[in-house]
Every structure is written in C-alpha cells, then in structure tokens.
Write a protein that binds this ligand. Structure first.
Ligand SMILES: Cc1cc2nc3c(=O)[nH]c(=O)nc-3n(C[C@H](O)[C@H](O)[C@H](O)COP(=O)(O)O)c2cc1C
Length: 164
C-alpha cells in the first residue's frame, strides 16, 4: 500500500518488514565508563578496506560519547541473548551492571557468547537526518559459527529457520 511520505509510523512499519540481526554497539565514554545500546542498523560497507557502519539516533543519551570515542565494538547477538537486547534498549541506568565483558580494541566492551564481534576504529561520521552514521574500520573480529542469531522483524524478536 502506498503511504504519504510524512506518515512516519507507516514508514517505520514498512521498514520493519526488512528482517535484521540485532547487535549491541559499545564504547568507552570520556570518563572511562562503558556505554552501549541495542542497534539493528549495523551493515557491512567494504571488504578492502574492511569497513562497517551503524546509525545512532541523535536523541541518544550517548551521542556525544560515541562521537568522542575512538573505537566502537559491535556485538552480534545470539538467539538466547534477547534479554541483553531488551536491557540495552530500555534500561536507563547502568546497563552493564552484573554483566561479563572485556575491553576490546580501544576499550570498547566485548560480550562473550555472541555470534560475532567487530572491533572498529571510527573513521568517519555523517549527519543524516535525525540520525548520525558512524563508519568504522574493522581492526579485530571474531565469529562463533553454529550459534543461532537473534533476529528482529516487524517489531518482534525472531529465530532463524531453514527453508525446506
Ligand atoms: C531491535 C532494536 C534495534 C534498534 N536499533 C537502533 C539503531 O539502529 N539505532 C538507534 O539509535 N537506536 C536503536 N534502537 C533503540 C535504542 O536501543 C534505544 O532507544 C536505547 O534506549 C537508546 O539508548 P541511549 O539513549 O542510551 O543511547 C533499537 C532498539 C531495538 C529494540
């Protein structure tokens, strides 16, 4: 169905038909505290050089901290990490309280038991409407093959299933 361009609810719904994985993007703020939020706007950009991007809402509490950070880490969540996704999308306070993590390149927090992690040095940022696009150069990455990913589609968490 065609919708008027200004109907942002309808646009959001239509965009939600594009199924994605779910990540938590992290960094260290200028005071040395870990920051992070749930993100599904992560995307591959280039292989040579290795570049990835993600988009941050300009209303984020951590916009300035992510802009100042030299490194970001992208943690690609597994199907059994839905709680982590909810926590990093909703908790206003210390989202890292009680969680295991280690400092990746540039200090950005890396979580265990993810499908993949990408530790990136921030290369550029672009103002794009109500979001900021961060492009990073992948300095280190890891993957756990065989670990089922957490998916997001039409406003709901999903799991992967093979087609017959
Ligand atoms: C599945 C999912 C994907 C999301 N993707 C993004 C995203 O790509 N960019 C973004 O800025 N917020 C995204 N959000 C919303 C943020 O996680 C949420 O608004 C969070 O509370 C922002 O925290 P902050 O203000 O502390 O940065 C997503 C939320 C969910 C549940």
């Amino acid at each position: 169905m065609t919708q008027p361009q200004h109907d942002s609810r309808a646009l959001r719904n239509a965009l939600g038909r594009y199924a994605t994985g779910v990540t938590i993007v992290t960094a260290i703020d200028p005071d040395g505290h870990p920051i992070g939020l749930t993100v599904n706007s992560f995307a591959a950009v280039s292989l040579e050089p290795a570049l990835v991007l993600w988009c941050l809402d300009n209303k984020s509490h951590n916009l300035e901290a992510f802009r100042k950070a030299t490194h970001h880490a992208v943690n690609v969540l597994a199907a059994d990490q839905q709680d982590l996704s909810t926590r990093f999308a909703t908790w206003p306070a210390d989202r890292f309280a009680g969680l295991p993590w280690h400092a990746g390149v540039g200090g950005a927090p890396v979580f265990p038991a993810c499908c993949a992690t990408f530790e990136m040095a921030k290369v550029t940022e672009h103002a794009a409407g109500d979001h900021t696009i961060f492009v990073g150069s992948v300095e280190r990455f890891s993957e756990t093959p065989d670990l089922a990913p957490l998916l997001f589609h039409a406003g709901r968490y999903r799991e992967l299933s093979d087609l017959a």
